[in-house]
Design a protein around this ligand. Structure first.
Ligand SMILES: [Zn+2]
Length: 118
């Protein structure tokens, strides 16, 4: 029987190059560097708060991180910036995979890990 977590991911994740992400370290670094991940989180927070007049109180400093989360593309486990966890993601940060699913499916999908920072 097929694993319940498999749902057509072969179409877009076969032989994918993945980046290993460890939270909260990845966020802390992004916050200092104001890098692409920081911009993603900031944009997400701005989108969420567009219609709230008091938004600026929530958009100060590191508070913006609480508007961001992602789910494992296989088991739906949640990635958050302030919870200790290890995930793998594609370069465009569209697909996220938790450590357990990564270990379970890496051979089947032929994933390669890139050690550069995103
Ligand atoms: Zn998972």
């Amino acid at each position: 029987m097929e694993d319940w977590r498999l749902n057509g991911q072969e179409e877009y994740l076969t032989n994918a190059v993945l980046y290993k992400i460890t939270f909260p370290k990845f966020w802390e670094q992004a916050y200092v560097e104001k890098n692409a991940f920081y911009q993603t989180v900031l944009k997400n927070a701005l989108d969420h708060m567009k219609h709230f007049p008091n938004a600026k109180n929530y958009l100060q400093g590191e508070k913006i991180q609480h508007f961001w989360h992602e789910h494992c593309d296989f088991c739906w486990d949640k990635a958050m910036t302030d919870i200790e966890c290890e995930f793998y993601c594609t370069k465009d940060m569209r697909y996220w995979i938790c450590k357990k699913c990564f270990d379970d499916f890496k051979d089947k999908f032929g994933w390669r890990i890139k050690n550069d920072s995103l």
